[in-house]
Write a protein of this length. Structure first.
Length: 366
């Protein structure tokens, strides 16, 4: 069916969800068979759900990407290679997009998750845990595939030594699965995209969000996965990366404080509107296409575990942005969210709340 006819059909069913196929046929001047085909197209694109014309829920942030099982193994003493090391281990919910979604949900931001899990016990457990704070309706279960896993090995001080990721599930995802969900994507105030999906799907989402003026934020996940992103990133509202990810994206080594801004400038030239590069315990820098640039230093705090701190930083930044604050204050809100995570052994601090975030911001940045 022609695009203009589909647009008119969607407007008609939005104005009257109980409209009959016959009425649609008369108002659009098409045969009943074409009405049925058009409705099927609208269902497949996610613009309507079911025959009663239920429309996708509006959401503030739709997070697209990884939802995994996180395993953390912390050595009790200095790590010795080639032998067994005494350690403690934990299992929790993970995945960059999922973690960001939960952080946002905990601070009362209406958030949905579009991810993919296996048809296994781990996937079921993961979704049951996540749905307490996030709308998981867009997420798909892929039968006969295993849910993704991420295993981090930490030293005795809680710093990550190495991480291992089993993300084979995401390589099986086809673009048609994203196209089917586009009605949900279109209804979002902001889309958050991590780089766990295949490169062709990432490019499709980036280009279509730009075309439809949907605000889009990207988190690269890791330096190797930066290679999945297209060369041009026009229309990207925020790109938030750590040093190694920024180096890979800018194709530029960061060896001094000034190099952070040089790398951010190179990323801006790709079409990004706002770039944030984190610097570990030295805070972060931001640089925008409007020329705003600064360093934000972190307060001195006790760090229990760094895992998940970057995800909570992103959640806080997006929360601030959606509240209409300026770039610097959005980054400070992000850092406040990160501080809460750093003072917990959980990937997402269970004590995180809107009130806790406000108190932390007031304590360190007001």
């Amino acid at each position: 069916m022609e695009k203009q006819v589909l647009i008119k059909m969607l407007k008609l069913v939005k104005s009257n969800p109980q409209i009959s196929n016959l009425e649609l046929s008369q108002k659009l001047n098409v045969i009943l068979e074409d009405v049925e085909k058009g409705l099927l197209e609208l269902k497949e694109s996610g613009d309507i759900i079911g025959r009663s014309f239920i429309f996708p829920k509006k959401t503030q942030v739709l997070c697209i990407g990884g939802a995994n099982i996180d395993r953390k193994i912390q050595v009790l003493e200095g790590l010795e290679y080639g032998t067994s090391n005494p350690s403690n281990s934990t299992i929790s919910c993970g995945g960059v997009a999922r973690n960001i979604a939960e952080n946002l949900g905990r601070i009362n931001c209406q958030t949905s998750l579009l991810s993919f899990v296996g048809g296994d016990h781990e996937g079921e457990w993961l979704l049951n845990q996540t749905k307490r704070f996030v709308d998981i309706t867009p997420t798909e279960v892929i039968p006969q595939m295993s849910t993704g896993t991420y295993t981090a090995v930490l030293n005795e001080e809680g710093e990550m030594i190495v991480a291992l990721a089993d993300m084979v599930l995401y390589d099986s995802i086809q673009r048609s699965l994203i196209e089917k969900k586009w009605g949900i994507i279109r209804e979002s105030e902001m889309v958050l995209l991590d780089t766990n999906l295949p490169s062709d799907i990432l490019s499709y989402i980036i280009k279509r969000c730009q075309k439809e003026n949907i605000p889009l934020s990207i988190v690269p996940v890791s330096a190797p996965k930066v290679k999945k992103l297209p060369h041009q990133l026009d229309g990207v509202t925020w790109l938030i990366a750590n040093q190694s990810e920024a180096e890979a994206l800018a194709d530029f080594p960061i060896q001094s404080d000034g190099d952070y801004f040089r790398a951010a400038e190179l990323i801006l030239k790709k079409g990004v509107e706002r770039v944030v590069i984190t610097r570990g315990d030295k805070g972060l820098i931001y640089f925008t296409k409007n020329g705003e640039a600064s360093v934000i230093l972190p307060p001195e705090i006790q760090v229990d575990d760094v895992t998940g701190a970057g995800d909570s930083l992103v959640a806080g930044i997006l929360y601030g942005y959606l509240k209409g604050v300026n770039t610097e204050d959005a980054c400070k809100i992000g850092m406040s969210c990160s501080i809460i995570t750093l003072q917990s052994y959980e990937t997402v601090n269970p004590e995180l709340s809107k009130q806790k975030l406000q108190e932390t911001y007031q304590k360190y940045f007001n």
